[in-house]
Ligand binder design. Structure first.
Ligand code: BDR
Ligand code: CA
Length: 309
């Protein structure tokens, strides 16, 4: 039986690669829909990218819905310094007549979940700020019974990438993240502890770019753009953070995680956006958040090269 997933994202270079990977694994995954959220770029830009990408990948039957245009409390802050002005580097996706859903993504997602037969569940896969997911849980709590788990890219047990303790997706909307981490549903946190180790090399990006298949070439170009950003200057590996969520769903045995209590720093102080992971936990106590801490990174990389080739 295929795992049913809903992707919530802000494409975003690594979001685009993650969606490409999911689309390449449709023998095991059923993508019910894609919702967008302001994050790496404005809501308009990331939605445009998601809309065109689904056509480009040949999955235009997957609905794309436009969600929150900024975080719950603060004004949005984008990441053009990594993902470029459009959100997907210099890559130009072809025009398409595919339409975005008319209703707000949170409504579209709630409706889709509510339409499932009793007992049927979906895995939510957020790859951007958690604004849409927090809104869903607050506005439509009754649909939680159709959520199997939330497998998200965000946070870190140790460190950050925007501030010393803040990872972008959580830092961009800490209040939303706090709602999600404490909602009581099973959560898998694919944070920087593992995603920083899962990447592609310059050489791999170049070899993907030289392939004939246009989708493979796109992935190569996107990853090459990463290497031009200030973040990856002088680095050998470009982390494809968001693709780790999809990889975990298909190969959980490549990861080691630990159940713990995770809360988000929503203060106005220097650790705003930090995922505070409590390693102390009493044995036998269950918090429902699995924080991934170790990964067989080489296997992940080989898997990506095979599926994205
Ligand atoms: C996360 O932040 C975004 O810039 C990426 O798309 C990824 O979701 C990594 O911190
Ligand atoms: Ca993202």
């Amino acid at each position: 039986m295929k795992q049913k997933i809903w992707i919530d994202c802000d494409p975003g270079i690594d979001d685009a690669v993650a969606i490409t990977l999911a689309s390449a694994c449709q023998d095991q995954l059923e993508i019910l829909g894609i919702s967008t959220v302001a994050g790496n770029q404005t809501l308009e830009r990331v939605t445009e990218n998601a809309r065109k990408l689904t056509s480009f990948l040949g999955i235009s039957q997957v609905p794309v819905a436009k969600g929150a245009n900024g975080p719950l409390v603060r004004i949005p802050k984008f990441a053009g310094y990594v993902h470029g002005k459009t959100g997907i580097g210099n890559y130009c996706l072809p025009e398409t007549d595919k339409q975005v859903e008319k209703d707000h993504a949170v409504v579209v997602l709630a409706r889709r979940l509510a339409s499932l037969p009793p007992g049927e569940k979906v895995t939510l896969v957020p790859m951007g700020p958690l604004t849409n997911i927090a809104l869903l849980l607050r506005v439509f709590p009754e649909v939680a019974e159709h959520i199997d788990k939330i497998c998200l890219m965000g946070g870190a047990a140790v460190g950050g990438n925007v501030t010393p303790t803040g990872e972008f997706n959580i830092w961009a909307d800490p209040e939303a993240a706090q709602i999600v981490f404490t909602c009581g549903l099973p959560i898998v946190m694919c944070g920087l502890d593992v995603t920083n180790l899962c990447g592609l090399t310059r050489e791999q990006a170049r070899s993907l770019k030289e392939r004939v298949n246009p989708v493979t070439r796109m992935v190569g170009e996107l990853v090459e753009f990463y290497f031009q950003s200030p973040v990856y200057q002088g680095r050998e590996l470009a982390a494809i953070h968001d693709a780790v969520t999809i990889t975990y769903l298909l190969h959980p045995d490549w990861f080691t995680g630990r159940d713990m209590r995770v809360e988000v720093d929503c203060s106005e102080e220097r650790n705003r956006g930090m995922t505070v992971c409590d390693f102390r936990g009493d044995p036998g106590e269950k918090h429902g958040v699995t924080v991934l801490l170790e990964v067989k990174a080489e296997q992940v990389r080989e898997f990506w090269m095979e599926k994205l080739w």
